[in-house]
Ligand binder design. Structure first.
Ligand SMILES: [Zn+2]
Length: 499
């Protein structure tokens, strides 16, 4: 048994009753109504996915199969500046929580408030600074959300309209986090050539707001930026020395996933989708957009490092899962024109994967003392309405992949370190006080896996495959996965940070 604290494994019996862990001892004599023989297996706290997009498909399929089958028992959503509630009285954390609980999700769900969502609701899609009155409204929305139980605030500074927030706006909106010991999680303004400047900005926001910091999915995009890993980690170490609780999360893949619009400069997306498409059609701006987009594609190594993951229109389905360079060539098209055509026909709703990161850096990031594991993925089932497109395999593979590939095969970190980065560490960052550890009195969120066989099977070519070696998963004391099979209804619920 690994208790999640990072301590070495111990051989213990664990007893659960009424959703809680009620006893842990070398040998519990009392018999249970149900018993699991976990000899040869690892028993650990259920994994906590600190950066998840599981809020997206929840309503379509609350079973969250791809999540539960990784051993995840709690997800933290509202990531990248985007939450399902604005913090307004009419669309509050409370109303979202009520609605979500009626879906009977199979995992627990905590949510941050998305600062991009807040800006969109108050300022709109335009690239301008917020007025004093708008600032007051936005701050009140964040304040309300965290008072109702939101577990932090997130930004997505590569996405519009979140990108139009200045550093001082972010500082002001994060101030309500400070008194509650919550953190600011940020998908930074840039993850390639301006990576270090973006880390400086993130640290400055946490410093100004006196709150904790979580850099979301830390990475170094583009071969020419891989060496910046040392400077990234050094900056976070300096922030720590200054008293800032700086952390980061990371997913175990060398490709990222985003919207295809992300290859295009932020300024070209000012005003929303219609304005973006109009600029693409305008010869004066189209040339400049093309130059900047081509520079971005070159940075990540060319059009075949771009894979189309999702399109809105059925007529473009054949692009899904294809490398853009190869797909365009098969149609005798210029790849840039093919990309623009896809965006036009799909009203900008096109997803992409970018193969741009370093495997060696991944080993170091996962092993680093400030790191947590995140999937950055959504939830789906291979047999349901959420089976769509050709998504990033991280949505089904992340946690088993860390345990199999990075612990067992590459030995980048130990099993107890990995489990700690998946359990107690994220629980403490989002203040889920009774989760993330196996200890008497805490919630019975438990995973049982086989350390010798646990592995991911989802790939970039075939993402709809569940992992191997995750045997049992228990959420709030109820079976969520039993010998690899899913029983009935979900036992997860919305988690609120106690205030
Ligand atoms: Zn992100």
């Amino acid at each position: 048994m690994l208790d999640g604290s990072g301590s070495p494994a111990r051989r213990l019996d664990v007893a659960v009753s009424n959703g809680r862990i009620v006893a842990m001892a070398a040998s519990i004599m009392e018999r249970g109504t149900e018993e699991i023989d976990a000899r040869g297996m690892t028993v650990a706290p259920g994994f906590i996915d600190i950066h998840s997009h599981g809020d997206g498909g929840l309503r379509d399929d609350p079973r969250m199969e791809s999540v539960i089958r990784q051993g995840i028992t709690s997800i933290v959503v509202g990531a990248d500046g985007s939450s399902r509630f604005t913090g307004d009285p009419a669309n509050s954390f409370d109303t979202w929580a009520e609605r979500t609980n009626t879906l009977r999700p199979s995992v627990n769900i905590a949510s941050m408030i998305g600062l991009g969502t807040v800006r969109g609701a108050v300022v709109g899609e335009a690239d301008r600074s917020a007025t004093a009155a708008e600032m007051a409204r936005m701050t009140a929305m964040v304040e309300r959300a965290v008072s109702e139980g939101a577990c932090g605030a997130s930004s997505g500074l590569e996405y519009t309209p979140g990108a139009f927030a200045s550093e001082s706006e972010l500082v002001a909106l994060c101030r309500p986090l400070s008194a509650r010991g919550l953190s600011y999680a940020t998908h930074m303004r840039n993850e390639d050539d301006q990576l270090l400047e973006s880390i400086d900005e993130s640290v400055a926001v946490a410093r100004g707001a006196r709150c904790g910091l979580q850099i979301s999915h830390l990475k170094q995009q583009g071969t020419r930026n891989w060496h910046k890993i040392d400077a990234c980690l050094a900056r976070l170490t300096v922030a720590r020395a200054e008293g800032i609780a700086a952390w980061f999360d990371v997913y175990p893949y060398v490709a990222y996933a985003t919207g295809l619009t992300n290859l295009f400069p932020t300024w070209s997306r000012d005003g929303g989708d219609a304005a973006f498409l109009a600029r693409l059609a305008d010869s004066a701006t189209a040339t400049r957009i093309r130059q900047e987009a081509l520079a971005k594609v070159e940075l990540i190594g060319g059009w075949d490092n771009v894979q189309i993951s999702r399109v809105a229109r059925a007529e473009d389905r054949d692009a899904e899962g294809k490398r853009l360079g190869t797909w365009a060539a098969s149609r005798q098209q210029d790849p840039y024109e093919a990309a623009v055509g896809l965006l036009r026909r799909n009203n900008t709703d096109v997803g992409m994967l970018g193969f741009a990161m370093s495997e060696d850096n991944l080993d170091r990031l996962l092993a680093h003392e400030f790191s947590m594991v995140c999937s950055d993925g959504g939830g789906f089932a291979i047999d349901g309405p959420t089976r769509r497109g050709s998504p990033h395999p991280r949505g089904a593979g992340t946690f088993p992949r860390v345990l199999g590939r990075y612990v067992r095969e590459r030995r980048a970190l130990s099993l107890e370190q990995a489990v700690h980065r998946m359990t107690a560490r994220p629980a403490s960052r989002v203040r889920l006080k009774d989760r993330g550890l196996l200890a008497v009195g805490l919630a019975a969120d438990i995973v049982v896996f086989d350390p010798a066989t646990v592995s991911d099977t989802a790939t970039f070519a075939n993402p709809f495959q569940y992992p191997a070696g995750i045997v049992h998963v228990i959420v709030n004391g109820y079976w969520s996965l039993r010998s690899g099979e899913r029983p009935g209804e979900g036992s997860g619920r919305v988690l609120r940070v106690a205030t």
